[in-house]
Design a protein around this ligand. Sequence first.
Ligand code: NAP
Length: 248
Amino acid sequence: MGLLTGKTALITGASKGIGRAIAIRFAQEGANIAFTYLSSVEKGQALEEELNSYGIQAKGFRSDASDFNAAEVLINGVVTEFGSLDILVNNAGITRDNLLMRMSEEAWDEVININLKSCFNTVKAATRTMMKAKAGSIINITSVVGIKGNAGQANYAASKAGIIGFTKSVALELGSRNIRSNAVAPGFIETEMTEVLDEKTVQGWRDAIPMKRGGQPEEVANACVFLGSDMSSYVSGQVLQVDGAMLT
Ligand code: NAP
């Protein structure tokens, strides 16, 4: 029996990178998996097939994380299809980096809406189901950048810091209903999001990491398995850094 057997998990933005790794690790631990994607349609379909090979129920939903009404439709779809929703992982996220002086209003709004408002959208829609079940684990993917800030990422850092405040507030509001809310703060993880950085920047990040390497998506996924499972039944309102001691 896996750590997540019998549970249904929804993971947003799972067509690649960290979200994809979370979906696969959760399936390996026996969870049924609902997941979302937006532009990577083929990758989303391929993931659904791969997840089904683990002998669990899996379904991908094309859904824009920044869309408030779409979140309601999504959660209703998941509950209809799977019968429950036990774990919600808000992972969908983007960067639109620029120095503040050059940052457009669109780049600010897009990052805040996709990274931060998305968490409000899904948590608000999922709360009724979790409250009825008197159980739930919410995991929001933030970043070490949300804790320390980063030049050239004012929009991204603000969205990720906002996620931490949101996560703690949800833990306080819903704790009495046995709904836990935690955040995972990855450091430098090797995915398509970081692939676009130039070699000098990447080397700078690596030099600043005491473990002297970038993290793998599976290493973030393992932290999510812990927070999604009953192994963390008394852990709520926390930010778990997965960063090779980068920010210590
Ligand atoms: P990634 O490889 O670029 O993947 C991002 C995922 O988000 C994709 O599956 C993408 O789906 C989805 N997505 C983007 N916009 C969306 C929208 N509007 N609606 C639904 N899905 C959307 O990025 P990653 O590195 O895996 O990052 C995953 C999360 O970890 C993000 O929240 C990121 O901020 C956070 N994080 C990453 C790092 C890192 O070093 N990589 C560090 C700290 C935190 P489509 O392609 O289908 O649109």
